[in-house]
Write a protein that binds this ligand. Structure first.
Ligand SMILES: Nc1ncnc2c1ncn2[C@@H]1O[C@H](COP(=O)(O)OP(=O)(O)OP(=O)(O)O)[C@@H](O)[C@H]1O
Ligand SMILES: [Mg+2]
Length: 416
């Protein structure tokens, strides 16, 4: 029986989907988590924010109970997995490549060297003032996106249309990064804002070769100033030639970073028939979004990832034929969640196949750019992407968020 160490940060949405896949593959699982777990299964507390220390602990574990794979379920564990896998001689990306994918400035630098199409960019000192910003106008065309180099879920990502707006954005991003524990010597990043529709590519790398598993359209415009993701629908409705450039740019980006094995999740914008790389991460799609995907005869993305890590053959990497999509419920107003109403009606919308809330009543909702949690997910399937999109929008129209006391008592999720 193969034994897998799954790196599951305590804040992860993915634990149960990976555990289900591991049980479908009849694997023995040890869960590595940044907090002590009280569950029945085997587990190990690991400092996921200290890759060297965590890798030492994993090597020590392996000497007692040999591991066949170390798999990070999302971003936070990828560097630990790569360090540990390298020392244990397991199939994985090189740590430097994973490190580059985790650091948006290093990623931009490597993509630029390899001439992969991407926005113009510049590093910015954390205390940048007006003069430093004004000096960038000639190098990076406005509008800009200001962002931290190491956060995710669009936390701290802000569009600025002018130097004064950028100055305000820098202040805000700096405090978001500090609150998220980002070291104060890390720079910020300024990028040209790339117009055009955005897609997400889900893929898997084997020996450096990319297999695209799915391309998602993001049909709600992502024009800022904050970049809240709502709809993901697959298959993409882009032209075949546009999809081709999306695939080649993703492959070029993974090569430029040196990624060779396992899942990749890339975001690109399509402008003037070309694909522009927003980012490439060495992990699979976030939140619960992977539940939209099914391969061959009903195999999950998590199953594919675990099978790949173990070098086991998989019957088919072909996505099941029906169109599918997910709606990430937007957080419009901050406050303490009382309840989300209309769930039964949303579930009755034709095409809707699931709804899961991921913030419990009594917990605080924090909108972007400060927030980084998803309120919940609605899943739909249909005969084509337009039908799926319509089902998700109809479901959104049925849902209402009720906050406790402070703020407006009720606000509709749709039509904000
Ligand atoms: N240069 C850019 N041009 C256009 N849009 C951008 C740019 N940079 C970021 N965005 C928008 O902001 C979103 C989040 O940015 P980015 O992917 O860099 O941050 P992130 O926090 O890693 O996001 P996530 O974890 O959600 O993938 C992108 O998906 C895109 O919609
Ligand atoms: Mg991103």
């Amino acid at each position: 029986m193969d034994r897998v160490l799954l790196l599951v940060p305590s804040a992860s949405y993915r634990a149960s989907d990976f555990l289900d896949a591991a049980s479908a593959l009849a694997l023995q699982v040890i869960v590595g988590c940044d907090e002590e777990l009280v569950s029945a299964g085997a587990s190990l507390k690991l400092a996921l924010d200290d890759p060297d220390r965590a890798a030492d602990a994993i090597v020590a574990l392996d000497s007692l109970t040999p591991l066949d794979a170390v798999v990070a379920v999302d971003d936070q564990g990828t560097l630990v997995a790569a360090r540990a896998a390298e020392r244990l001689g397991l199939r994985a990306n090189r740590p430097e490549a994973v490190g580059a994918a985790r650091d948006k400035l290093r990623m931009r630098t490597l993509l630029s060297r390899a001439e992969v199409p991407q926005p113009a960019f510049a590093a910015l000192s954390r205390n940048a003032r007006a003069a430093e910003l004004a000096s960038l106008v000639g190098r990076v065309a406005l509008p800009w996106v200001v962002k931290p180099t190491s956060l995710s879920a669009s936390q701290g990502v802000i569009r600025a249309d002018s130097v004064p707006e950028a100055l305000a954005a820098v202040d805000r991003v700096r405090s978001i990064a500090a609150n998220a524990g980002v070291a104060s010597d890390q720079p910020l990043l300024i990028e040209e804002f790339v117009h055009g529709p955005e897609v997400a590519v889900e893929g898997v790398l084997t020996g450096g070769e990319l297999t695209v598993l799915a391309v998602f359209d993001k049909p709600d415009p992502l024009d800022g100033p904050f970049f809240e993701e709502t709809l993901y629908v697959t298959p993409s409705r882009l032209e075949a030639s546009e999809l081709q450039t999306v695939t080649s740019a993703t492959q070029a980006a993974t090569r430029a970073l040196g990624l060779t094995e396992g899942p990749v999740h890339a975001e690109l914008r399509v402008r003037d028939g070309r694909a522009w790389v927003i980012e490439v991460a060495a992990r699979s799609i976030g939140g619960l979004c992977s539940r939209t995907l099914e391969f061959g005869t009903g195999v999950s993305l998590e199953y594919l990832i675990l099978a790949h890590a173990l070098g086991r053959p998989v019957a088919s990497l072909r996505r099941a034929d029906r169109a599918a999509g997910v709606l990430m419920l937007p957080i419009g107003t901050g406050g303490v969640l009382a309840e989300v109403t209309g769930r039964e009606r949303a579930l009755q919308v034709p095409g809707v196949v699931g709804l899961e809330l991921t913030i419990a009543p009594g917990r605080r909702l924090v909108p972007l750019p400060e927030g980084n949690r998803y309120l919940g997910f609605v899943f739909a399937r249909g005969d084509n992407p337009a039908a799926v999109e319509a089902s998700l929008r109809a479901a959104l129209g049925e849902l209402e968020v009720r906050l406790e006391r402070e703020g407006p008592l009720k606000h509709r999720l749709a039509g904000r």
